[in-house]
Unconditional design. Structure first.
Length: 150
């Protein structure tokens, strides 16, 4: 396989400076806001994103200093395979968050439901499309016991 090189399109400005201050998922702290500041040449790419309620932000876990194939998630004392958890200590340190779009101003995407650290490099932004992204009859593996009424 060949190596892949990526250049960030922007950076997240978030109130979360440390991992221990963040929620495990942004939807658990819906009032917290942040924004992505895109490099100027990518600002036109935000055109029409304001017609969507949510976006998917793909980013690089820049604070992770290790790689694991098995790890312990926040909700458990038991270890699970890295592809069954959302740890930042992944082989390529790629993160993904679904956020609620609050506003788009010039080269900034303002959003709530934040679970991303400050100064996180952004690799891509995609619209969340319920017709494509939402699934029926899903099962969430080992997490089911932590959210029995969901």
């Amino acid at each position: 396989m060949r190596e892949i090189t990526m250049t960030p399109i922007g950076i997240v400005h978030s109130p979360y400076k440390q991992v221990k201050a963040m929620p495990i998922q942004g939807k658990f702290e819906p009032e917290v806001t942040a924004y992505v500041e895109l490099r100027d040449e990518y600002a036109p790419g935000l055109k029409d994103l304001d017609g969507f309620s949510h976006a998917i932000i793909i980013y690089y876990f820049h604070m992770s200093q290790k790689e694991e194939v098995v790890g312990k998630p926040f909700l458990e004392d038991k270890a699970h395979g890295i592809f069954a958890i959302r740890s930042p200590h992944r082989p390529n340190h790629i993160g993904l968050s679904i956020v609620k779009i609050e506003a788009i101003e010039e080269n900034k995407l303002r959003f709530s439901e934040v679970d991303i650290l400050d100064n996180t490099p952004v690799l891509d932004i995609k619209p969340y499309v319920k017709h494509f992204d939402a699934r029926d009859n899903t099962i969430s593996g080992w997490l089911e016991k932590h959210f029995p009424k969901s």
